[in-house]
Ligand binder design. Sequence first.
Ligand code: HDD
Length: 713
Amino acid sequence: MDKKNLQNNGKLDQLQDHTTDNQDTKLTTNQGLKVNNNQDSLKTDERGATLLEDFILREKITHFDHERIPERIVHARGSGAHGVFKLNKSLAKYTKAKFLNEVGKETPVFVRFSTVAGGAGSTDLARDVRGFAVKFYTEEGNYDLVGNNIPVFFIQDAMKFPDLVHAVKPEPDNAIPQAASAHDTFWDFISLMPESMHMIMWAMSDRAIPRSYRMMEGFGVHSFKFVNSDGAVHFVKFHFKPKLGVHSVAWTEAQKISGTDPDFHRRDLWESIENGAFPEWDFGVQIVPEENEFDFDFDLLDPTKIIPEELVPVELVGTLTLNRNPDNFFAETEQVAFHPGHLVPGIDFSNDPLLQGRLFSYTDTQLSRLGSPNFHEIPINRSINEVHNNQRDGHMRQQIVKGKVSYEPNSIGGGCPFQAMMKDGGFTTNNERVNGQKIRARSKSFVDHYSQAKLFFNSQSEPEKTHLQNALVFELSKVTIPEIRERVVGQLNFIDKNLASHVAEKVGVKVKKLNNPNGSIPADADPASLQSEEREPSTKSSEALSMENTVKDTIESRIIGFIMANGVNTQAVKSLKNKLESKGAVVQFIAPSVAPVVADDKTSFEPKHSISSVASVSFDALFICSGEKSAQQLMQPDLKPILTEFINEAYKHCKAIYFGKDTDDIYNATNIAKKKHEDRAIVNSGKDSDDQFISAIAAHRVWDLEKDRNSMA
Ligand code: HDD
């Protein structure tokens, strides 16, 4: 895409009016008064007390004292970017939403990715669900798709959301641990909530530690409704599929990145956009005609269920591209306010009880977070469609509405603003027939808690299953109360017997059959009718659920570390660098220090990192650059342990490593020399080795060799 063209769209033009640049300006107070001394407060004497009349000091300090707002109660840690959504296939058959009708139409968007549990300053690499919230600035008003990178949720009813969040957040007595689910209260809650088991499978899988925001899927989670111009209704599930594939890091890597670069995902998103490697997703829909609502052995309204793609394929209809970083993190990424209730004509809610509760929560939370019912006037939240209504006043009101009239009906204002007829784009709620009794209860159709958890687990490759198992062992090992560990294992036993017994053994408990698998049933419910039974999934396995089957044919934006020292072979460096960069990868030089490296022909290379200030977890692959002298320097006694640890760690994390010419001594000093099997991602200098290296990077990791590699460590 042409970066320049992307600077112009309706939303960015609108933001321009609110953007200032301090270049070539003079310092002023907030009242526009030019300031001539920004160093000293006003005092009675050079060594005297400060005067109350110092309005410049007072203004500066008062503003500073109030420059923090409450962080989001969940999803506090996040990063955002501007972009564009392009429609490639019309959905007019299903929805009258204009941005989904005309092929080729481009709609500006702002997207915010986030973790859920941690505070605003917490690490990006926590094991957690990732938020994937998209604000479409359509000509019919803002449409927000506030989703996650996991297609199901922990709970079925919004009534349990505060309990879930209280359980996962730091424990209230000592505020420990930050950004982690590995603690007593989370697993206590989960062990008593069998409905969470499907989500737990996803959250303990590598999906919860993405390699990058650019390499994760997005899901609307709930079933929504599409309404077309004839009023026909279809259920719809929304999907974003990353063009670069779905990839994750290893858990040991995630833990280390949290120390070496807690901004790993934020930096990655920012740098890719700055480098013009715009993150892209295919946008897809799963459509179910209203009359087929009951065709499945799960309830479409149950947010703990997916519709397997084998039953309803995902139809790809559009492309989401992120192409511009915000100018100001606070003004845009922090103040953006999403809400699943921000709708446009042609899209409506379903009765999913989790979604229904969300419809209340999001506006409510902005009132305390952003401090006023006028949060829609903050530039990032403004609709590009003009706003006209009789709502008035309130804190920080900005719009100046002319005239005497702020009520309806009115004659003084000529009746304006008029209600919009349907034909003029007036929103009408889907005309669903309702016939029922008020009742505070869970539908029996929501009671199967294990079959899709089994479906997910069965669909994983062996390495993915091992990672999931290890994650459970890690998490439960941090749970201090044995009964909680035992109850979780009891739940796992309804999903997979081997998984349960393996975890049980590692966390020191026995697998015991739970008498009442559904711990969340209220005391006065009829347990016999509601109890979840272990049930086999009707779809046995689903390709789309395993990352093993993801895109593995591109190295775009992968970060390749070139390890070098003085005397490195210029030709080898330049030739591989050019090849990698021509395929969109990013090459970064790592050297003994950040001083320029002088190559064999006196070319000078600028290292981005010194080897002791960075870890191999920050790279997707390594090239140990050719050159005898360079290799000798790197093997000096002070550097050798650092270098070998660096390479061994990349090896342990199953990354591609390429040994250039004359680097045998380095190879022999690493664990790689001890490898017993053919390892597809270790490349030694020779014929076609550049190509082998490139395909090994594209394959992301060789997870199936992880056991062999780790046994060498
Ligand atoms: Fe939520 C934020 C996604 C259930 C209440 N949620 C929030 C964000 C995302 C989601 C991505 C961050 C938006 C941003 O970047 O500003 N939430 C989900 C998904 C859910 C879900 C996919 C289930 C399918 N959420 C959910 C429930 C409730 C909330 C059931 C309450 C009843 N969520 C909130 C909130 C937040 C929020 C408290 C915090 C900050 C905000 O809204 O603006 O209202």
